[in-house]
Design a protein around this ligand. Structure first.
Ligand code: ADP
Length: 457
């Protein structure tokens, strides 16, 4: 069942239940009122008759019979019978009484004071009537032809209203459900027309207040995120291919030129040295790209073990100093640091990549190729700050340097790919840690690794 049909059925059921309850209540209370009113009128008529018989000596049964027969206030098919305490009939409005009366009925009336019941189409009322010291039983019966007609008429009207309501409510329900759902159908059509080729399209957000408008706004926000992700992906591939293609083109060109004629040994040595630089560059790039891909994939494959932060730091310093003899790396330990705070769990190889990158950047981007590394422990984490003085990072660049292949505007003269920081951030995330940056252009830049204390249980 589609939503439109469902809404129509629910709307229909609700309205029909309400109409039915109202109609049944009207019918029930009208019927109750008719009956009460009829018994009240019947009792009044019977009391009048009894008073005439018992209070006026000149009125005997046969006179009363004649008087009553002509009475215009009589109810339809009205019968009245009056009995004395010995159950003898004192008066009977008709010779043939329409309702059977026996001693059992009279005894019941005496006991209950008032008895009501139906007999064929008669409504019968038996009650005790006291006049001075005498007590009489009156059995009165009549047929409420008019009342019943009115009630039947009311029933027909209510059934007619019910039938018309069914038709109107079904039609209105269907139209109403269509109207409520039309914005959803519009959204479905609009979403249907959005593909990877036109991700810039946005849904109509309408009045920006109701739920559907909020849905459209949320969808638009998601589209914006998707568009940015697509753009970043496209850029990533374009940048990666460019970075790989450049050294290949250079090496190919150099080899082709070299092969045009015979060269000296020195020429070939220089050619090989230049090719080696290009190959090393490609090797570094592919290693970083591979690591980025691995760390971005499912983190359930983490190979964590208990590690010592200071051990990794010293080995990174050794490695970097050997590769770049001109670099100066100072390592300081905060007074509060202890053996316990230096050990955590993680992947030593990955953390080494982060530290190597931050240490190398510190030297690369400083005026004196010098970086200071300060280890400190907080309440729940260990922090490693890499501080250097140099060109710094502009305000605009601070957020972007963590995007793959983004390189600060000032760093074009320094070699690099723009992969180190995104990779470092990803590795820190895998360790439930983070990486923070603060920089004053042309002054001090500080990168901080924050690692939570963790122990293998
Ligand atoms: P790369 O150093 O290869 O360009 P990174 O991802 O390591 O790539 O760094 C991205 C950018 O961040 C750099 O291009 C540079 O602009 C900026 N950056 C990183 N570290 C520093 C630093 N210590 N001082 C100034 N700028 C820095």
């Amino acid at each position: 069942m589609n939503i439109r049909t469902k809404l129509t059925v629910i709307f229909f059921a609700l309205v029909i239940i309400v109409v039915s309850v109202i109609s049944l209540s009207i019918y029930y209370f009208s019927s109750e009122y008719r009956q009460k009113d009829f018994y009240r009128r019947l009792k009044n008529r019977a009391i009048n008759t009894a008073k005439l018989l018992t209070r006026f000596e000149e009125v005997n049964a046969s006179l009363l019979q004649r008087m009553e027969r002509e009475n215009p206030a009589n109810l339809p098919k009205q019968h009245v019978a009056i009995f004395n305490e010995a159950n003898q009939v004192l008066y009977r409005s008709e010779r043939e009484y329409a309702v059977p009366v026996d001693t059992l009925l009279l005894a019941r009336v005496r006991m209950e004071d008032e008895v009501y019941y139906h007999y064929n189409d008669f409504e019968v009322l038996g009650f005790v009537f006291k006049d001075n010291e005498n007590q009489f039983i009156i059995i009165a019966a009549a047929s409420d032809i008019n009342g019943r007609d009115a009630l039947d008429n009311l029933r027909d009207i209510l059934l007619g209203i019910f039938a018309i309501s069914v038709i109107i409510v079904s039609l209105l329900g269907w139209v109403f459900a269509g109207k409520v759902l039309s914005p959803i159908s519009r959204i479905v059509n609009e979403v249907d027309s959005i593909t990877a080729a036109n991700l810039e399209l946005r849904l109509d957000e309408g009045n920006r207040k109701d739920e559907l408008s909020k849905l459209a706004q949320t969808f638009n926000k998601m589209l914006s995120r998707l568009q940015r992700a697509f753009f970043a992906q496209e850029n990533f591939i374009a940048n990666a291919s460019h970075e790989i293609k450049t050294p290949i083109t250079v090496i190919t060109g150099e080899i082709e030129v070299a092969l045009l004629q015979r060269r000296t040994v020195d020429y070939y040595i220089n050619l090989l040295k230049s090719a080696l630089v290009g190959v090393k560059r490609m090797n570094k790039l592919s290693t970083q790209l591979l690591l980025l891909a691995q760390t971005s994939a499912d983190s359930s494959e983490k190979k964590f073990s208990q590690i010592r932060i200071d051990d990794i730091l010293w080995s990174v310093k050794d490695e970097l100093s050997k590769a770049h003899t001109g670099y100066t790396i100072d390592i300081e330990f905060d007074m509060a640091i202890s053996d316990r705070t230096l050990s955590t769990i993680g992947d030593a190889e990955l953390l080494k990549v982060v530290m190597l990158n931050l240490m190398e950047n510190g030297c690369k981007y400083s005026d004196d190729n010098k970086v200071s590394v300060v280890l400190a422990s907080g309440e729940n984490e260990i922090t490693i700050r890499f501080v250097n003085k140099g060109i710094g990072i502009s305000h605009d660049d601070v957020d972007k340097i963590f995007e793959p292949f983004y390189r600060g505007g000032h760093s074009k003269k320094v070699k690099g790919f723009g992969i180190g920081l995104p990779l470092a951030r990803r590795i820190m995330e895998l360790h439930n840690g983070k990486i923070l940056v603060s920089s004053v252009p042309n002054d001090v830049t500080t990168f901080t690794m924050v690692l939570p204390f963790q122990e293998i249980i």
